[in-house]
Design a protein around this ligand. Sequence first.
Ligand code: 5RP
Length: 219
Amino acid sequence: MTQDELKTLVGQAALAHVAEGEWLGVGTGSTVDRFIDALAGIKDRIRGAVSSSERSTQRLRERGIRVVGTHEVERLPVYVDGADEIDRRGHMIKGGGAALTREKIVADLAERFVCIADESKLVDTLGAYPLPVEVIAMAVPQLVRRFAAIGGRAVSRDGVTTDNGHVMLDVHGLVIADPPALEAEINQWPGVITVGIFARHRAGVCLLGTRRGVQTLVF
Ligand code: 5RP
């Protein structure tokens, strides 16, 4: 199976985790695109979606799925999203699609994070994928120096402005041995809006697309 077919497989498998009659949190990315396509087939079984990006909002609406803001939702049982890397404890790197801030907000609202990913995303230690960080432009020079001090090489993502109007940094060369600690540390740095380590908001379950089928990892 191709990587694209694995994404389609896990997108369909995630339907089994959707809470009927409830609002659903929807992430962003090519894997989530496949999930949204599958969701269209059962759209009458959910109240609607809280979306994490303009991209997903457009795709959801094109398929006739109602999208509402966070202010309309008191309870969000499930959030479905992809990842750039996931470790064996459910910690993730996210933000490859520059949607990490809204993704973390919706994940925070949700009771359960269902990660959908192909097997290339499963790693022993996070960090081979450059860590995305959404930042305030004014702080870029000093943040580049802070990342250098912990062994990272931060570069601005060319031509990218987030849905929130901010800059993306990608930090190369980190070996993230303790994701909760590094997430907490970077969150303290002035100018950081959101760091793409999802440790506090880690996955509860991961549906991993493998050549032998969908493997379910529970954390
Ligand atoms: C977007 C994300 C995505 O979930 C992540 O980049 C994975 O994307 P894809 O499913 O296209 O591999 O965090 O900000």
